[in-house]
Design a protein. Structure first.
Length: 132
C-alpha cells in the first residue's frame, strides 16, 4: 500500500504549469465531501475551440494547508494546473479556472489536498470533460 502511494506521489509531482487567478461562482450541488473538504458544483464548459472553463466551490477545514486542481489525459497520470488558494476561516470559496491547454480529449480533472502536518489529505473523484 505504501509503495503504491509513493508511486502515485511521484507521478503527481512530475509536472506542472502556470496557473490562473480565481474567479467567482455560486453553487449548491455536492461533488465531494469528507472530513476535511467539501467541493460543490464542479462543472465544466467548452470555451472557444479547445479550452475548458471549470467552476467550483470549496469549503476547507482549518486542518487543510494546500489544495491543487489537477488534470490529465487519462485517469492514471495527473499534473497540477492550478494551486487553489484557501482561507483558514472555513468559509465557502468559489473559483473559475480556464484550462487553455487541456491535456487530452477527454480531459480528466480532480482536486488533491494536503493537511497542515504535511501528510496527504486525499483526492476528489475524477471529473471527465469531452471537448467537441
Amino acid at each position: 500500500k505504501s509503495v503504491l502511494f509513493i508511486v502515485l506521489a511521484g507521478i503527481f509531482f512530475s509536472c506542472s504549469k502556470d496557473v490562473a487567478v480565481p474567479g467567482n461562482d455560486t453553487s449548491t450541488n455536492i461533488f465531494f465531501h469528507d472530513g476535511n473538504i467539501e467541493i460543490s458544483n464542479f462543472t465544466g464548459s467548452q470555451n472557444g475551440s479547445y479550452s475548458v472553463s471549470l467552476n467550483f466551490s470549496i469549503q476547507a477545514s482549518a486542518n487543510v494547508s494546500k489544495m491543487e486542481l489537477m488534470s490529465g489525459e487519462n485517469t492514471n497520470v495527473f499534473c497540477t494546473v492550478y494551486h487553489i488558494p484557501i482561507q483558514a476561516n472555513n468559509s465557502i470559496q468559489t473559483f473559475s479556472f480556464n484550462d487553455s491547454q487541456p491535456k487530452g480529449n477527454p480531459v480528466f480533472y480532480m482536486v488533491r489536498y494536503t493537511l497542515k502536518d504535511g501528510s496527504f489529505g486525499g483526492f476528489s473523484p475524477v471529473y471527465t470533460f469531452y471537448i467537441k
